[in-house]
Ligand binder design. Structure first.
Ligand code: OXD
Ligand code: MN
Length: 587
């Protein structure tokens, strides 16, 4: 074992004073032991072996059900390094505060040491992490979500200067007043206390792969993004990969596992990743790997209609959090296929019937499932060099303004589209749901440094790409004046994906609008599309000048709110956008 790791574990042990230390090796035997212990201690409930083989339910503390952005901190030496979109706190003071909280925090508990890697075993992008935790639920989840155990210890070797991430997690007393998720990018260190909820405590995911990851990516010249990665193969056998950034709970997992409608017989969509993309430049192109090993998806709304591949993935080997338990030991949630059970135990552990006012499953209830369960897992998911990205897609939940799809004029314009994207908020983070917020590249809660420098890094990356991906924006969520969704979404998103791929191949037309290239009706394959009238289609593709005047003003306000960090190129993009509207209304 690397001496630097041993020294650090010893230091945390002296501080937290656990009853014993458990070094995880990632073996099957270890997993069985930890599950048995978790069942004894009511950390897990075993589900019906016939209905949900090797699957378990965990209930979190009801005060701890989502990521807590208000208690998430970037602790850089100066506030300017964390930038205007992050909560900042001074590293020295924060370390002392956290040391105070961790002092004796593991008394009477076991301290687990979880070695893991993020990324395919033979990738140059792959990172090593060690997470110390006093939660068995965290260990069992990390085993699904990362490549965990010996593999990380071997990869690290004995070099005392090797790069690895230090993660310390303690549940403490799961009290929101003592809940802090702190990142120290300069030290490659994360300390998370007071929570047991996935996004706050699986330190591999949002904390390392995105917040610390984005910081390292800028320093080392690559990109760490909140993006799914999918492969799409035409009936002729031509394959493209696309990466797409949508904010949390906007359908990334569904899009990554899309099943094309009957009309698209012969087309195949495969999943490389559903949440995070690490991308590097090779031969002037962007190549992406998925650093994760499993999916941590939102459960409610998942069904054979919305996502049959996810349903197959979570049939077995799945760790559920905060869904309902049926009387026959199966799981249930709002939006699952079939009739609701007549009786169930809700996510808080209370009796529930269809007449109950409360939801049976928490809106942010989750599954953690190995990616190998996915029937459409892409065959190149383990490729160390990654997959070449033909298109990048940005998107959000917007009831108005944003058409179904449009294409940026170039990389710089695409960076502007990403930088100004917005979405209605969801249950993935605590706070109001359904409010519009600007969420640049879907990275607002995940960018580990100054967002202005992040925009600059995007612009610089574009300059290094001789064969850059084309950039698009999609909106599956536009509504009619009477508040109904205009687009069916799900499998029918294949129609938009096909246009995107055809644009990459240069074989389909578009109308050049003020906001970018937009497909005309005849450019989209709408055959056998049911439930969308030609008028609705026109509405979906419409660029409403009045709505866009408001939108552009809001972009200006957003940039202003960032306090002067936005690169001038992006300010110029906004002026150009406004000018294009002026000239198109004159024309
Ligand atoms: C997630 C999130 O859990 O984005 O993936 O919140
Ligand atoms: Mn996410």
């Amino acid at each position: 074992m690397n001496q630097a790791v041993l020294d650090w574990v010893h230091e945390v042990e002296l501080l937290a004073q656990p009853e014993n230390i458990f070094w995880c090796d990632g073996s099957e035997r270890e997993n069985e032991f930890l599950i048995a212990e978790s069942l004894k201690q009511n950390v897990l409930i075993k589900l019906n072996e016939k209905k949900a083989p090797r699957s378990y339910l965990h209930r979190s503390n009801p005060n701890d059900v989502a990521r807590v952005e208000q208690f998430t901190f970037i602790c850089t030496p100066t506030k300017a390094e964390a930038g205007p979109t992050n909560n900042w706190s001074e590293p020295g003071e924060t370390y002392s505060k956290l040391r105070g909280l961790l002092k004796g925090a593991m008394r009477g508990r076991t301290m687990f040491v979880v070695p893991y890697i993020m990324g395919p075993p033979d990738s140059s992008l792959t990172k090593i992490g060690f997470e110390i935790t006093d939660s068995k639920y965290v260990v069992l989840s990390m085993r699904i979500m990362t490549r965990m155990g010996e593999i990380a210890v071997k990869r690290l070797g004995s070099d005392p200067k090797a790069e690895w991430n230090r993660g310390v997690h303690s549940l403490l007393d799961v009290n929101p007043e003592r809940r802090f998720i702190c990142h120290f990018p300069q030290d490659n260190t994360i300390i998370s206390v007071g929570s047991g909820y996935g996004g706050n405590v699986l330190l591999s995911k949002k904390c390392l792969a995105l917040r610390i990851g984005s910081y390292l990516a800028r320093k080392q010249g690559w990109l760490a993004e909140h993006m799914l990665i999918l492969g799409v193969e035409s009936p002729a056998g031509k394959k493209h990969y696309v990466a797409a950034a949508f904010p949390s709970a906007c359908g990334k997992t569904n899009f990554a596992m899309l099943i094309p409608p009957k009309h698209f017989a012969g087309w195949k969509v495969t999943t490389v990743g559903d949440d995070i993309a690490w991308m590097q430049i090779r031969d002037g192109r962007l190549w992406a790997v998925n650093p994760e090993n499993g999916y941590f998806g939102v459960v409610p709304g998942t069904s054979c209609k919305s996502n049959p591949n996810a349903m197959k993935s979570i049939e077995r080997d799945t760790l559920y959090t905060n869904v309902a338990l049926t009387d026959d030991g199966d799981v249930w949630w709002e939006g699952k296929d079939g009739a609701p059970p007549k009786h169930a135990i809700d996510w808080r552990g209370n009796d529930w019937t269809p007449d109950s006012k409360e939801k049976a499953a928490h809106p942010n209830s989750r599954f953690a499932t190995p990616m190998r369960n996915n029937p459409v897992l892409d065959p190149h998911v383990e490729d160390g060099k990654g997959v070449p990205i033909s298109a990048i897609i940005f998107g959000g939940r917007r009831s108005d303004t944003m058409p179904l799809v449009f294409q940026a004029f170039d990389w710089e314009h695409g960076t502007y589209i990403g930088a100004t994207m917005a979405s209605e908020t969801t249950a993935a983070a605590t706070g109001a749901v359904g409010k519009i917020r600007r969420d640049p590249m879907a990275m607002l809660p995940f960018c580990g440094y100054n967002i202005g420098d992040y925009f600059r890094h995007w612009l610089e990356t574009g300059k290094r790409l001789t064969n850059p991906p084309l950039i698009f924006h999609v909106n599956w969520f536009r509504k009619s004046a009477d508040g109904k969704f205009l687009w069916p979404g799900f499998g029918d998103n294949m129609r938009v994906l096909e246009w995107i791929i055809d644009r990459c191949e240069g074989r389909v037309g578009a109308h050049e609008s003020a906001i970018g290239h937009i497909p005309r009706m005849q450019d989209l394959d709408l055959d056998e599309l049911t439930g969308v009238t030609p008028n609705q289609m026109r509405e979906l593709l419409n660029v409403n000048a009045e709505e866009w005047q408001k939108e552009i003003l809001d972009h200006a306000k957003f940039f202003e709110s960032l306090g002067g960090v936005v690169p001038p190129e992006l300010e110029k993009q906004r002026e150009n956008l406004a000018a294009r509207f002026k000239s198109s209304t004159r024309a």
